[in-house]
Design a binder for this molecule. Structure first.
Ligand code: M6R
Length: 608
């Protein structure tokens, strides 16, 4: 992860770099640093913790200079402290890095044998020393950087600055994204276009293996072989959006409340309300009718959206789905029939494992479809068909609105697939489209349950472990509820298929164990009631998220209920996601954790 920035400016750049880093803090926030060059002297300020600590340091001890680089860190090698914070220096070289250098141990030993001293525990420092060694061997800065880059194995986005050059930054990309921004007599680079939004919206994206020699007046890009290449300039859309919290205490709260609107926008993109049908599937490179199966790959919350979709595709469209987390999928060497469909679900579009899964499927001759929120991301750019989620920028590390927008897209695709495969007729499709269009209204109603859910959350704030249970599409929702809770409240939580309870987790149940059960009144509600009875018989404290009918039929004393309106089954995953998000949110707020930037996490996971 980590975010990197570089600016070759014509004004003092340190404040500009900090401004850009603020937009990249979602990529990591355990330490940060800036280095600038003035009068052939490299200088830096670094600070452990959030960016605000770096700002304080810079205010007390400013950096001048009109060329500089900056970094916000998510620690991989070495604890998050000031010494391990970037930029790293080696004699005449300063460098920032996003990624992991896999062969850093052997490089480190080689450099130590050559007399280099290491100040940090990072993998990054080897790169600075490698470049420095090439400079000392007489190479010019660009060649020195290129020679060093050729020694690196692993993932990297790099920005390198040199003592002797006040008009040069060398950038390189192998894996993590890197955007170069073109200004008026200034050049910029950043981990994404949003970082550069205050300065320019004219962007060139480096491709994997590219490295660039950037100067105020121009830039030259070379591919891995060293051949000069052209990469198109693009106008970044929407990158001007620097969202704020509005009247909300946290971005997560704001994003939860935006859901009726963004679910509505997303559904409107895929549903033709006049014709009452799913639209937009006619021009894509595949037809669901010809598919034997679909492969879905994603990570975290996006994976759980895919798990919900598996139920939909299989039930509605009679289309089998293979789904796996990308970190496993990418190494499983899955045999795949040519011309199959592989779907990748991702908010950021930059998740390293998901991207690796995509590239594997590309090699296997699959049609590549991406359900993606960031339209300019690498995964969007490498896909045959992009199915955008219209969630808008999601800033809170815990994914909320991106999840329900992913579900919105997937529900539409499953209905479209059912039609193409002849499983549903026009009238059934129209009926389902009408049902889907109700989701924003129900989501608005659920938001009104905030005070009640907040009250319940007060009690959860004191517990150590929580179990979430659900069946069918409510099973992935149970896992999502547990994921949400643990990532922002740090309470240990597990999500289980309710029927699995008696195969192990029931041993955990006693009077101290809250069990959140997600169970709208549906065809298998009674089965879940049996599981609740098993919990109640062992003293477990049940919180049941259901509807009026479910509440009246649960038949268990001592149960707490969150009652949602009755609604069509197809939209329950979209709407029931909200109370589980709210429960996690209010619990974390009561516990006083850093809700938007929980410890150890980052929004975009660009390393394995
Ligand atoms: O950007 P992506 O959707 O690919 O990210 C995948 C996961 O890292 C992400 O969903 C993560 O699990 C969230 N923090 C969950 O809230």
């Amino acid at each position: 992860m980590c975010g990197i920035v570089g600016i070759i400016g014509n004004r003092p750049v340190a404040p500009l770099i900090v401004d850009a880093l603020k937009r990249l803090e979602y990529r990591g926030y355990d330490s940060a640093g800036v280095a600038t060059l003035e009068g052939n002297i490299l200088d830096r300020r670094r600070a452990e913790g959030k960016l605000v600590n770096l700002e304080t340091r810079l205010n007390a001890d400013p950096l001048s200079g009109i060329i500089g680089i900056g970094h916000t860190r998510w620690a991989t090698h070495g604890v998050p402290n000031e010494t391990n914070a970037h930029p790293h220096f080696s004699d005449d070289v300063a460098l920032v890095h996003n990624g992991i250098i896999e062969n850093f141990r052997e490089l480190r030993e080689e450099l130590i044998a050559d007399g280099y001293n290491f100040a940090s525990q990072t993998d990054t420092e080897v790169i600075a020393h490698l470049v420095s060694r090439e400079l000392k061997a007489g190479k010019n800065p660009a060649d020195a950087a290129h020679t060093a880059i050729l020694r690196l194995e692993g993932a990297f986005a790099l920005a390198i600055m040199f003592c002797s050059e006040d008009n040069l930054i060398v950038a390189a990309r192998n894996g993590p994204p890197l955007a170069i921004g073109h200004g008026e007599g200034e050049m910029y680079l950043g981990s994404d276009a949003i970082a550069l939004a205050p300065f320019t919206n004219v962007i060139t994206y480096l491709e994997d293996g590219d490295w660039a020699v950037i100067r105020r007046e121009d830039m030259k890009i070379f591919d891995a072989s060293g051949a000069s290449v052209e990469r198109a300039k693009q106008f970044s859309v929407g990158s001007h959006l620097m969202v704020d919290k509005g009247n909300h205490r946290h971005f997560m709260d704001k994003e939860i409340h935006e859901q009726p609107e963004v679910i509505g926008h997303t559904l409107a993109h895929y549903l033709d309300f006049a014709e009452q049908r799913v639209s937009g599937l006619d021009d894509v490179s595949f037809n669901f009718k010809e598919l034997e199966r679909v492969t879905i790959t994603a990570c975290g919350t996006a994976y759980l959206a895919g798990m919900v979709a598996k139920y939909w595709f299989e039930h509605l469209a009679r289309l089998p789905v293979d789904i796996d987390v990308a970190s496993e999928f990418r190494y499983r060497e899955v045999p795949m029939n040519k011309d199959g469909l592989s779907l990748f679900i991702t908010q950021s579009g930059e998740t390293a494992d998901t991207l690796a899964g995509l590239r594997y499927c590309r090699e296997q001759g699959q049609h590549i479809g991406a359900i993606v929120n960031v339209r300019e991301s690498t995964i969007a750019r490498e896909s045959d068909v992009v199915f955008p989620t219209l969630a808008g920028p999601e800033i809170g590390v815990a994914s909320t609105k991106a999840f329900t927008c992913q579900l919105s897209v997937l529900a539409c695709l499953a209905v479209g697939a059912a039609r193409q495969r002849g499983i549903i007729n026009t009238e059934q499709e129209a009926q389902t489209v009408r049902e889907l269009s109700e989701a924003p209204r129900f989501a608005s109603q659920v938001l009104k349950l905030g005070p009640q859910i907040e009250q319940l959350a007060r009690e959860l704030a004191n517990v150590k472990h929580i179990l979430y249970l659900g069946r069918d599409t409510n099973y992935p929702l149970a896992m999502e509820g547990a994921l949400k809770l643990k990532e922002i409240s740090y309470i240990h939580a597990e999500g289980y298929a309710a029927g699995e309870l008696k195969h192990g987790p029931i041993a955990l149940i006693d009077e101290t164990m809250p069990v959140v059960v997600i169970a709208p009144h549906d065809q298998i509600f009674e089965k879940t009631v049996s599981n609740m009875q098993e919990v109640a018989a062992r003293g477990g404290k049940i919180i049941l998220i259901t509807d009026e009918k479910g509440a009246s039929k649960a038949g268990i004393d001592e149960i707490k209920t969150i009652i949602l309106p009755e609604m069509p089954t197809i939209i329950t995953p979209l709407v029931y996601a909200l109370p589980i998000q709210m429960l996690a949110y209010y619990t974390a707020v009561h516990m006083g954790t850093d809700v938007d930037q929980p410890r150890n996490l980052a929004k975009s996971v660009t390393v394995e």
